[in-house]
Design a protein around this ligand. Sequence first.
Ligand code: DC
Length: 222
Amino acid sequence: MKKLLITIDGPAGAGKTTVSRALADRLGYRYIDTGALYRGVAYGAKTRGVPPGDDAALARMLAGLRLGLQRTEKGLRLTADGEDITERIRTPEISMLASAVSARPAVRAFLLQVQRELGREKAAVFEGRDMGTVVFPAADVKFFLSASEETRAQRRFAELQGQSPVSLEEVERDMRRRDEQDSTRALAPLRPAVDAIRIDSSAITIEQVVELMLGHVARAAG
Ligand code: DC
């Protein structure tokens, strides 16, 4: 079967990560979590005291930052300069900071190259916000996964249980702010590509979403 490049975009909490990972597993493809790269940059900025709005300082930092995504038996791991930061990037603070740095031109230009390099071999599922619109406009199959605000907040809240002491209200507020920032920024805002297949996961299970996607992928692979 033809090896494809598949993109999955959508807002926070729509189930993108679970779906992308499951789809990649079913197809024997690589799964690339591009949000983790933005989180890695945010983590780098935080630990080095770089202000998220300072493009020049961010560019200087990026010139010396080595981000790596490794597939291990413990899942996909993110490293920054060789240090494993997988767990440290999953906090509400890093979520907001990732959203802030992701609006900066220096960061988007840097990660555009990183992501295109990762996509050279195809046979991959790329998850993010601008995969189908900016990074891989010629992707073989593009999905835009969404869900109602309420469903997304509840999913995110369940995910954070045992990790961060936050209330459902805080999760909802942060998610709304992040969606607003991600959708209204000037560069590569979150929006569906014109040729994206739109799926709403509010009323169906993650397994059903994956089955639906597999059907589209099989048709595209011929
Ligand atoms: O998917 P995530 O929640 O891990 O992403 C964290 C932030 O990174 C998100 O708020 C916006 C940004 N991001 C982006 O701008 N473009 C992408 N392709 C992926 C993430």
